[in-house]
Every structure is written in C-alpha cells, then in structure tokens.
Design a protein around this ligand. Structure first.
Ligand code: G6P
Length: 627
C-alpha cells in the first residue's frame, strides 16, 4: 500500500528518491519521508501530507552521501502524522516498510520489556528496533536482517540502512512487491517499476523471503538461510512517457481517454485479424510467467483449449471495480457458453466455507495483481488444486505469478486511484474468454464467433465517439454537483455497470450514489426519489430495453431528474429524460464497454467541480495489499 524507494549510486539520492516517490504516490499519500546519508549518519526528513510538502522541506537540505531510502505512506497502524511517517530510525538503523506486521503487538511488548522506547504508533518501527538489537550483539546489517526475518509475521517489504555500514542497503520482503533495477552506476529498489524505468528497464523481482544485499552500485541475492540465489534480469517494456500526464489535467482523464487504445491492446494478441476468430494466446496454463515468452504458441493454444473444454463451472473472484467487471463476465460467459458462473467479492469468498465442484475453473481479476484478499482467495483454491486463471494488468505481479493461466489487460500504467482503463480492458478480455469457452463447448458456430469478434474490434473506435461526452459533463457538472444523491440503474449486463458508475461517483465526488437492478426499484429505492435525486438510467437497445423504459417511467413519475443513456437516436428516451446521451449502436456484448465511459466522465467532472483531488481521493489507495 505504501511506496518505497531506495537508491545507491553515484548520482543524487535526494533527486532519484523524490522522483521515484512521485511515481509511487498513488500507493499512499498521507505522509512521506527520506533518510539519506550525510557525513557518517543518515539524515532523516519527514512530513505529514502529500509529497510536495516533503519536497519543500528537502529543498533546504543538502546531503553529502550517495545512498538513501524514501517512503510515501498510506496509514494502517497509527494516524497520518510526521511522527508516524517513515523512515523509522533506531540508533544507526533506518528502515522503510510497506505492509503490515501482524504479530506487531507481541513483538512490541517484548521489545518494550527489554528496554526499547518507541517513538511512533506504527507497526513498522519495531523492525528498526529488532535489527538494532541484533547489531548491538555484533552482527552486521545483512546478518541482522537474516536473524530477524523469521520473527516477522504478515506482509512486508522493507529497506534497511545502517550508519555503521554507510555504503550498504538490505532489501527483503514477504508479500508486497519489491523490485531492483541496476543502471550503469546505481541501484534503485522500489515497490513498483514505475519508480525505476526512468533509469533502467532491466529489473529483478524479489521473491518472498529473498534478501538483497546492496553495496555501492552492486548487489547479491540470498535466500532466508543466507545462501546465494542466482536470478536473471527481466526486461520491462513500459516507457516513462506512459506514466506521465501528457497534457491532461489529471491522470484519470488521461486514462479515460486512453481507453480505446487500451482495449485495442488488450484484445490484439487474441484475435486472428484475417479470419476474425478468437485465439487465446499465451495463457500458458501450468507454465511460470518467465516461460510465457518462449511458449510454442500452437501447442500452448491446444493446451488452453483442452483446459477450457474441461470446465463445468466458473468462480470469478475480485474486489472493487474488478469485481463489477467479473459480474459483467458472468452474464456474458453464461449467455454464450452455458457454463454456470459464480462471482464473489474476494473478502467474502475467502472466509466462506466454499464448495467447489470438480472441473471448476477459478478466475481472479486484479488490475494491480497485489490485492490482498484476491491473492488470499487464489492461494486458498490453489491449495484445493482448482485450476486458476488470472486477469491482470501488472505482469509478474504476485497474483499473475501464482495463477496457473495468465491473461493481460495490457492497459499500460494506471495511476488514477479509481480504475478506468483496466476495467474496460477486463471487459474485453472476458468477452474473448466467453467466446473461447463457447467454442470449446460448441455452443456457438463459426459465423457467430466472427460476428462477435467484429463487434469487439469495432469497440475502440466506438469508444472514441463516446469520449466526446467529456465536454457535456464538463459543462453539466456545476448543476450535477448540487443533487442530493444519484441512483444508477440498469438491467442484465448493464446492471454491474450501474454499480460501477455509482462506485466511481462515491470514490471521487464523495456523494451518495447507489447502483440498482432496475427491476428492484419498486422494492425500496423508489422511496428515495424526488426532484433532488438524479437518476442515471442505462437503457441501451437490447432484449430488456422495453422493461427498462417502464422502470424509467416509474422513476420519472416520482419527480426524479433523469439522465438516460441509450443506443443511437431515441426520441422516446429523449422525451422522458432531462438529458439523453446516445451511444453508437452495438449489442449487449459491447454495450457495457461503451456505457461506462459517460459514467466515468460524470464522476470525474463532478468531483473536479467540487474541487476534489480526482487522482488521489481521500482515504483510498490504488493497490490494497492489506486486508
Ligand atoms: C482499490 C482501488 C480500486 C480497485 C480495487 C481492486 O480499492 O481503489 O480502484 O478496483 O482496489 O484492485 P485490483 O488491483 O485488485 O483490481
């Protein structure tokens, strides 16, 4: 959840760490800090609030050393404050930590009993105390880390430095990611490649309980017993430009506008453009992610088909926006392949006494690939030997690495905390998966496969036209922000999009918003409706359209103001709505990808009109690596 960066090399640690933390601010932003070598000690500077406050403080600081660590925090233990900001220092030891030490209460009590004094309310500080105690016994920093590693329970990625060995750093983890990049004259360690790619695209992903010992601009990897581990660098193909705003006022708006391109990149590897057929490529069932690039494609495809043929039931598990994508997937997969699908919120799934019949397939959806509950659900079903497929944006993230099969959103870096382009990419991948399952089960013929593939191929250009509603919402936001609340409604495949629309408005505008299946209106929500309530009705042309219009009339009769979203020109909808937004004509297969765009733009502009921080909404974080 927090972001960490460490630097050791011939450049300026202050600059590299600050730039790195800037790219990681989406992971947490309630306080930040650095500890950088200056003379023979590590000078620490910390600040409550966003990174620019730390940056201002650092403008007045100079450091003579070439090594340092930095952190941007999303509070889990101890409120956001300078006192709780990282790095935590005990005697000559400074550490930064991402994650949660679950046995912190016991360890803290033990340390207090042996005379340690704590200066923060965090779980993290005890790591500095533990290391310091080992150093006091005569161990070096690296040995001390090996000694304390078995004592730590929970999720952590940690960087540690010691004033006694001022050219060294030790990095270790269990859970949250930690990546090492080696440039010509420097080593950078960070929680995400975004902090590294400006310097090098060759990186190493630390595995759990591996320990990296960095010295100057070199490093060695060890396992928890202290035995050397050999590992190869991985090439990252994200360009630094991909993580910049490219002229948009916010990352979120940039990412909304990138959606057509993102969907095109998501579906591209899986479509035969000559024949308009789907070809699930490089799923690599049973292969490690390292092996994916080297697969014999024809053989891998046959393997995928065999896997899909066996499937009699599907479980989709995810959180937040990814969960709503999974709900859309249920409608599409069941309709096309006739395979029953259950969709679950990961935090519920993992604690229920789940019954998984033979021949089930388990699908995780996660943009980050690090969401703690989704990962726990995956590990649970793996232990039950259920085949798993991950739909993920971040290649080689923990979920991606641990799943048996792999599909990639190819959305590029998503910085805005509220997910947008990863969502539409997931919808397009679920469409392709549904088609592939239907082919494997022989529930569709070749002509309909080609028809659906063509529809999906048209969706990026259709999305471009929907983006024109940006101007409408920029103008309407001043009126929209005055509503008391919003009710989003839809039926069938549009229902999860109503839920997603409401979530976006909650996340960004902090307004009351609910998503409802339109058929449920008369079972409660109708009582909420008066002229202070805005109703957003998803009514594209599909086989539930007539029923949706009846629900719209009922809402309208109670005085609600209506924004309706439909297909093509539609006088009926225009007549009953305050605003009618027309989408390009498409079928139920593609409508969700199109209709979510106006809902994203609505949330974005209302939040912006209210003066909220759209990219970093309060209390939220992009990558939720704790329960
Ligand atoms: C957080 C983010 C959401 C995201 C959810 C699941 O709550 O703010 O935007 O949908 O996590 O994340 P995942 O990375 O697993 O898709």
């Amino acid at each position: 959840m927090c972001g960490i960066v460490g630097y050791s090399g011939s450049g300026s640690p202050k600059q590299v760490i600050l730039e790195g933390l800037k790219t990681l601010e989406y992971r947490g932003y309630d306080s930040a800090g650095v500890a950088i070598l200056d003379g023979n000690h590590f000078k620490r500077v910390r600040a409550e609030g966003k990174l620019n406050i730390l940056q201002e403080k650092l403008n007045q600081e100079n450091f003579s050393g070439k090594i340092g660590i930095g952190h941007t925090r999303w509070a889990t233990h101890g409120k956001p404050s300078e006192r709780n900001a990282h790095p935590h220092c005990v005697k000559g030891i400074s550490i930064v930590h991402n994650g949660i030490i679950e046995n912190y209460a016991d360890l803290r009590e033990e340390l207090k009993a042996s005379g340690s004094e704590f200066h923060s309310d965090t779980d993290s500080e005890l790591v500095a105390h533990l290391i310091s105690a080992e150093v006091d016994l005569g161990h070096c920093l690296f040995e001390s880390v090996l000694k304390i590693l078995p004592k730590l329970e929970g999720a952590f990625s940690i960087l540690a430095v010691s004033a006694d060995q001022p050219d060294e750093m030790v990095a270790f983890k269990n859970g949250p990611p930690l990546i090492i990049g080696q440039a010509n004259d420097a080593i950078i360690v960070a929680s995400d490649v975004q902090a590294i790619i400006k310097h090098t695209k060759e990186v190493i992903y630390l595995n759990d309980f591996e320990v990296a010992h960095l010295k100057g601009s070199d490093f060695k990897l060890f396992d928890r017993e202290g035995k050397v581990v050999a590992k190869k660098f991985v090439h990252i193909d994200w360009s630094p430009e991909q993580v910049e705003k490219q002229g948009y006022p916010h990352y979120m708006l940039k990412e909304i506008f990138e959606q057509p391109r993102a969907v095109a990149s998501a579906i591209d590897p899986h479509i035969d453009l000559n024949e308009h057929k789907v070809f699930l490529n490089r799923l690599g069932f049973g292969r490690s992610v390292e092996e994916l690039d080297k697969l014999d494609l024809a053989q891998d495809y046959q393997n995928t088909v065999q896997q899909l043929k066996k499937v009699e039931r599907i479980f989709i598990v995810a959180c937040g926006t990814s969960y709503y994508a999974g709900m859309v997937g249920k409608y599409v997969i069941e309709k096309l392949s006739r395979i029953p699908v259950e969709v679950d919120i990961a935090s519920e799934f993992r604690y229920r006494d789940i019954v998984i019949p033979e021949n089930s397939m388990f699908i995780t959806i996660s943009q980050s690939g690090e969401t703690a509950d989704t990962l726990a659900a995956l590990r649970m079903v793996k232990a039950m030997r259920v085949p798993s497929l991950s739909i993920c944006n971040v290649k080689r993230s923990t979920i991606d690495r641990e799943a048996d099969g792999h599909m990639y959103m190819n959305a590029g870096a998503e910085i805005g905390v509220a997910s947008t382009k990863a969502f539409v990419c997931t919808l397009s991948l679920l469409n392709l998966l549904a088609l592939s399952l239907a082919k494997a089960k022989e529930t569709i013929d070749e002509a309909s496969e080609q028809k659906w593939v063509r529809e999906l191929l048209s969706s990026p250009s259709q999305m471009e036209t929907v983006l024109a509603y940006d101007k409408f919402f920029a103008k309407a936001s001043d009126t929209l922000k005055k509503y008391r609340g919003f009710l989003y409604m839809g039926r069938g495949v549009n229902y999860p999009i109503a839920l997603e629309g409401a979530l976006k408005l909650k996340e960004l505008a902090y307004m009351h918003a609910e998503g409802y299946a339109s058929g449920e209106m008369k079972h409660g929500p109708l009582a909420l409706i008066d002229e202070s309530m805005c109703i957003v009705m998803l009514a594209p042309s599909d086989d539930l359209y007539e029923k949706t219009v009846s629900n719209l009339e009922e809402a309208k009769a109670r005085g609600g103001e209506v924004i309706s979203i439909g297909s093509g020109e539609n006088q009926k909808l225009r007549d009953v709505s305050k605003h009618y937004l027309s989408l390009p004509n498409a079928s139920w297969f593609v409508n969700p990808i199109l209709e979510v765009i106006p809902l994203q733009l609505l949330a974005y502009h209302v939040a912006d009109a209210l003066g909220h921080d759209v990219d970093q909404p309060r209390n939220l974080a992009k990558s939720v690596t704790v329960e």
